[in-house]
Design a protein around this ligand. Sequence first.
Ligand SMILES: [Fe+2]
Length: 247
Amino acid sequence: MKLNKARGIFGLPVLTDNIIWLWVENNSLVVIDPALSQPVKNFIKENDLFLDSILQTHHHYDHIGGTEDLIKEWPNVKVIASIKEKKRIPFQNCSVKDNDQVKILNKEFRIIELKGHTSAHISFFSKEFESPILFVGDTLFSGGCGRIFEGTNAQMYNSIKKISNLPSDTKIYCAHEYTKSNLLWALNLYPEDKLIQKKLLEVEKKISLNQLTIPTTLKEEMDINLFLKAKNLKEFSNLRAQKDTWT
Ligand SMILES: [Fe+2]
């Protein structure tokens, strides 16, 4: 991907449905959850960039798989990850915890821990962009939320609530392109829902043009994401159980 602008956040689709987010400021690059190294290396070389930092939301291999190889080539890169994951993300050199403020390139980020998908999943929130942004990993997807592998329903519900309290114009950068399948699931439960129907049409159009359907915004998700709309833990847990068995 050869860029024609000097800054922005770009999505690199890799593997089946992962998205590596690439944030470029002039000649500097920050990579979020590099599943693979080679596509990132190509991007760096094509655009003559300097790899400043790698942000890790959690330890799953499809999020950290490319990091060690990138460190080999750029040994001074800052690798930011949860202090609780020193064993599972051993190459981190900037360890953070919930509510920490960290400066990445020229911008302030707040670490928001979002337990549920894993026991120490974190996200990166900043208000210093045109609209606020959240690199949310596998906690919230457009139309869905992450599976609960290590945490409890209550932890995941609490994490989703934390996200819902962010400014409504927050742009949400999730790590997987699951939007269409999530919307089909939601429509299966609420076939008459006009907002979900409309979103599905928009998403199908983007897919037909070979575009990503992410980022989404918190405002949009509040309208179409059943997990965000759940009124209590019981409703949330029922949805999660229903989604886990939906094919
Ligand atoms: Fe994951």
